[in-house]
Design a protein around this ligand. Structure first.
Ligand SMILES: NC(N)=O
Length: 698
């Protein structure tokens, strides 16, 4: 990688952002955790709170968490790569191809609330429904997903940090997760939502900064009209293969369409098999999970679309400008595969300020997604490995300790894998295209496990394994057939990865359906509804949820129903799980909401309408985004006029503002009541302290 051409910042800036900002958030988290424990019902010392945020998070904050978990380094870098390579069709297919899965997940989120309202992880559902063998098979796919996502985050993030600052790439890979591990350990899942929120806020501000600069103020571009003219010139000098007239301004782009299909397949795996998204559904209130996924998906669309329609296209437009870092040469294909198109564009447009802004936005994307991955894997290891197979009667305290250890272990694991990819010459682009074919086989079996009573154990296992085998065979044979060799280059080509991704996901679907239909299971959902039920009964009997001490008994898959062990019983008898702050208005509001949620959990029929809404919204929006808009424009070979291109850019601005409204403003509106009570409580607390101090001194 040509770090010399893009290095516009000192190494200190790299270390400052990676270590300094990471630890700033760790300290912020200490403050937030103190406030949470002091003024709310929810204690971070409870493993139920640590791993599920007590299933009480409001939709705006969940949407913000979805946006930030689904915003990878690749969302900014790879989307800019495809914009650079295919023009406007690249950002469109990047965004449309990966929004669908979040919209579709709203259906699974609703089903989780109906069919397994008290689970901690989706693997608990697999265990309760299919037993140990299937649990182990799905666990394999779950961990492969988390390792691939976690390591590609660090791979992409470190490549750009290194290119912009000259920082050692291995130091970046290991230091990026350090601060994240610290703040996740301090605050648990709710903490990651709060950090997600602040990261998303910064992300939106910086994306808008780049957009306003490129399309309104930059002397190099400064308007959609000038961008249009520059892209027209670029198409003459460097026409895009497979696009109408070689133009950058058309959705008739063969390779962008292929990329879109790969994105659809690969994104399905990286959402449906990643505990991070199940965890957000689990953390939601039952009535609002669907809303959170629908608005979260729509909000996320704007991020790759707005960012890469700006920086990816600016990279194409400015190649021949002397301020372009590689001028007078175009960037090498290795640099583009490593995700440097946006770095070059940011530097050309804004010099050092652009590089700093990109460094920060990328760091925000990497850390907020890494925090989601860390807590997700920690939950799987804690509940599905430790509690199920090692210590079924583990106490709540022990589970939290295990979660903390697992967070550190997975932080190390993703860094080690990122180092391996780097050392053997695998770039972000390759990994991005290949991920889906490795995990795609398990997508439909996982989705059916919570939605289709007829899927059998044999069908679920056969679907996963046959999908993996078919994906690998299609990938390797296509690479060999088309390119005459099996190398990193040939296996990273669009045709090879398209074949692998499609084969994996379609085979998984067909095999699981056919095998299940031969002998359907007719599953009784009351079994998955019973997951962890005993522990909540225990909590209810004892009166409270602020119970670090009782949720050791929240029931791993293997030990339903659970019992209260000695240590826990002592504490509960001693009344230590009664929260000290139960008379505060903030806590009383939370109690009321929890009562409402418990009522829905007991009467899931109330969620039927929500399920219907999820299906309609997910399918209609998917149809519009992935068929109604792009396919007529593809088939008609339409090349954007200047007016149409301007309208396209205006829509991208509006969408980013709406997205900021959903993920930044909505959480504030939802928590306004809490903050009002909270300020009153802090004031009353201070006044009480002052009067106690006055009475003791007089
Ligand atoms: N999260 C993605 N696919 O950018």
């Amino acid at each position: 990688m040509s770090s010399s051409t893009a290095t516009v910042l000192p190494q200190g800036a790299g270390y400052g952002v990676v270590v300094g900002v990471g630890f700033f958030f760790a300290f912020l988290m200490m403050g937030i955790t103190y406030i949470q424990n002091r003024y709310t019902r929810f204690s971070t010392k409870s493993s139920e709170e640590f791993n599920t945020a007590s299933r009480s998070v409001k939709p705006g904050l969940i949407a913000s968490g979805i946006v930030s978990a689904w915003t990878w380094a690749a969302t900014l870098l790879q989307s800019s790569t495809v914009a650079y390579e295919y023009g406007v069709a690249g950002p469109f297919w990047y965004a449309a191809g990966a929004t669908v899965q979040i919209l579709m997940f709203s259906i699974l989120a609703c089903k989780v609330k109906i069919n397994a309202p008290r689970c901690h992880t989706y693997l608990e559902i697999i265990y309760a429904r299919y037993g140990k063998t299937a649990h182990l098979v799905f666990m394999f796919f779950a961990f492969v997903t988390n390792i691939l996502v976690g390591s590609q985050l660090l791979l992409g993030g470190s490549a750009v940090v290194t290119a912009l600052t000259g920082m050692n790439v291995y130091a970046a890979i290991f230091l990026i997760p350090l601060g994240v591990c610290a703040y996740v350990i301090l605050g648990g899942l709710r903490a990651t939502f709060l950090c997600d929120y602040s990261h998303t806020l910064i992300l939106m501000v910086i994306i808008l900064y780049f957009m306003f600069n490129a399309y309104a103020t930059s002397p190099l571009i400064g308007s959609p009209s000038e961008m249009y003219d520059l892209l027209k010139e670029a198409a003459i000098k460097r026409p895009v293969a497979g696009n109408t007239g070689g133009s950058y301004m058309t959705l008739k782009s063969n390779y962008a369409l292929i990329f879109g299909v790969i994105q659809l397949c690969s994104g399905s795996g990286t959402v449906f098999l990643d505990q991070a998204y199940w965890q957000r559904a689990i953390a939601s209130r039952p009535t609002t999970a669907v809303k959170a996924y629908i608005i979260g998906g729509l909000a996320w669309f704007a991020i790759p679309f707005g960012f890469s329609t700006t920086l990816g296209l600016a990279a194409v437009a400015l190649i021949d400008n002397p301020r372009f870092p590689t001028y007078p040469n175009p960037p090498s294909s290795e640099d583009i595969t490593a995700g440097l198109a946006s770095a070059y564009a940011a530097t050309a447009l804004l010099g050092q300020s652009g590089a700093v802004a990109l460094l920060i936005v990328l760091f925000m994307a990497v850390t907020s997604c890494a925090s989601a991955e860390l807590i997700a894997v920690a939950s799987l290891l804690t509940f599905d490995v430790y509690k199920t197979y090692i210590k079924p009667d583990a106490s709540g305290k022990r589970l939290i300790l295990v979660s903390h250890i697992c967070i550190c272990l997975f932080g190390m694991t993703m860094a080690i894998f990122a180092c391996i990819w780097n050392a053997i010459g695998i770039g972000l682009g390759w990994l991005f295209l290949v991920m889906g074919l490795l995990i795609g086989g398990a997508v439909f079996p996982a989705a059916f496990a919570i939605t289709w009573a007829g899927q059998s154990k044999a069908g679920a296992i056969a679907g996963c394994i046959s999908g993996l085998v078919a994906g690998l065979i299609a990938w390797i044979t296509t690479a060999y057939r088309y390119f005459g060799e099996v190398t990193v280059a040939s296996t990273g080509e669009e045709y090879s990865t398209l074949a692998g991704n499609l084969a994996a996901i379609i085979t998984g679907l067909i095999v699981t359906v056919v095998v299940s239909l031969i002998k359907p299971q007719n599953f009784d959902w009351s079994i998955t509804r019973a997951i962890n039920a005993r522990s909540l009964e225990a909590l209810a009997d004892e009166g409270h949820v602020n119970a670090a001490e009782t949720d050791g008994n929240t029931g791993a898959p293997g030990d339903m129903p659970t019992t209260i062990d000695g240590e826990e019983k002592e504490k509960s008898e001693a009344g230590t799980n009664t929260p000290p702050n139960e008379d505060l208005p903030t806590v009383q509001n939370e109690d009321r909401e929890m009562q409402e949620d418990a009522d829905i959990d007991e009467h899931p029929k109330k969620l039927r309408r929500t399920f219907f809404v999820a299906c309609i919204a997910a399918f209609v929006l998917t149809f519009i985004m992935d068929f109604l808009i792009p396919i007529p424009m593809f088939l008609s070979h339409y090349v954007f006029s200047k007016g149409f291109f301007t309208a396209w850019i205006v829509i991208s601005f509006i969408w980013v503002f709406v997205s900021a409204g959903i993920s930044v403003i909505l959480p504030l509106v939802e928590t306004a009541g809490f903050f009002k009570s909270f300020v009153g409580e802090v004031r009353n607390g201070s006044a009480r302290k002052r009067s106690i101090a006055a009475s003791t001194t007089s």
